[in-house]
Design a protein. Structure first.
Lengths: 122, 193
């Protein structure tokens, strides 16, 4: 991969069957609709920290928000990425699907390039 | 220059050129990585289109209904100015959908000849009659998948911009209704220097 690309990887754990944690109005085992299993997730920051990892150069790109919803048996994920820089950034992202045991639940996705305008949210 | 001298000079030049040439290196790369070698249609474009179309089609009401619709893959017309193996795109989409287990695929036009040949072969005198596949047992598709890929290419002095639009449709064969359609757009800009 071109080294100029900054990589942001979103790791999403599909922890089916681990509905132990009770959290306010959330369905047990979920935080903001996203499956979290037994993990303690009390804020959006906790969720983002748990689900997102970055590879490559550290830049001004930060994941700030993540919400999940179900449509049939599909899990839809919305994530906000902020570019706080005053320049256009090009990043690539992918989702990694992990089951309750921490094993890969689906084969590796391809990296998807995204252009982020200066001081913008994608 | 006399012939032996010319031959000697050529041999020396060839030896020097061979000595100076950089050694070739071959390495395996990430097949799913972002490829930006040129702005022609590439592996990342194919992967992005296939993934986007698969995700979208899996949410189509005819697929969500869970009735395992039978689909046949028709042509994706290449309306761009470059060579693109559109069959490779539909093959990837078909493989992804098949893995999801929500869709079944019927033999398409391009695979019909080998399918018919195999049926005929099984009906020959070399096969046991009771186990041989009979004619008239194939299942027809309920839906057909077809599409287009178009491009707009613009170039000024040192900048080349390519815009691709991939459109895929799912048609109901019985009543001719369009059941699902989606598009994926890709823009690539190459700047020299």
């Amino acid at each position: 991969m071109n080294p100029r690309w900054t990589i942001a990887a979103l790791l999403v754990a599909g922890l089916a069957g681990c509905w132990a944690t009770k959290k306010g109005f959330e369905i047990p085992g979920q935080a903001f609709g996203c499956p979290v299993g037994d993990s303690r997730v009390s804020s959006m920051d906790d969720l983002v920290k748990q689900k997102v990892t970055s590879e490559g150069k550290r830049t001004t790109i930060q994941a700030t928000e993540m919400r999940c919803s179900r449509s049939g048996d599909l899990l839809k994920i919305d994530a906000n990425l902020n570019n706080d820089s005053s320049t256009v950034k090009r990043i690539a992202y992918k989702f990694r699907w992990i089951d309750a045991e921490g094993m890969r639940a689906w084969e590796e996705e391809n990296w998807k390039p995204v252009l982020m305008y200066e001081n913008s949210i994608s | 220059m006399s012939t032996p001298r010319l031959a000697l000079a050529l041999a020396l030049a060839a030896a020097l050129a061979a000595g100076c040439a950089a050694p070739e290196k071959t390495r395996y790369g990430d097949a799913k990585g972002v490829e930006t070698l040129t702005n022609q249609f590439g592996s990342t474009d194919l992967q992005m289109i296939a993934e986007s179309m698969t995700r979208s089609m899996l949410q189509a009401p005819v697929i969500v209904s869970g009735n395992l619709p039978i689909v046949t893959v028709q042509e994706v017309r290449n309306k761009t100015s470059e060579y693109i193996d559109t069959r490779s795109i539909t093959d990837t989409i078909r493989a992804e959908l098949q893995k999801g287990g929500k869709v079944r695929f019927a033999v398409d036009a391009s695979a019909m000849t080998p399918q018919v040949d195999e049926i005929k072969r099984q009906q020959s005198e070399y096969y046991a009659k009771e186990q041989a596949v009979q004619k008239g047992q194939m299942v027809g598709a309920q839906y057909r998948m077809e599409g287009n890929i178009t491009s707009i290419v613009k170039q000024v002095k040192d900048t080349k911009d390519v815009y691709y639009k991939f459109n895929l449709q799912l048609w109901n064969i019985r009543n001719g209704l369009l059941e699902w359609s989606d598009e994926k757009e890709i823009r690539k800009t190459t700047t020299r220097g």
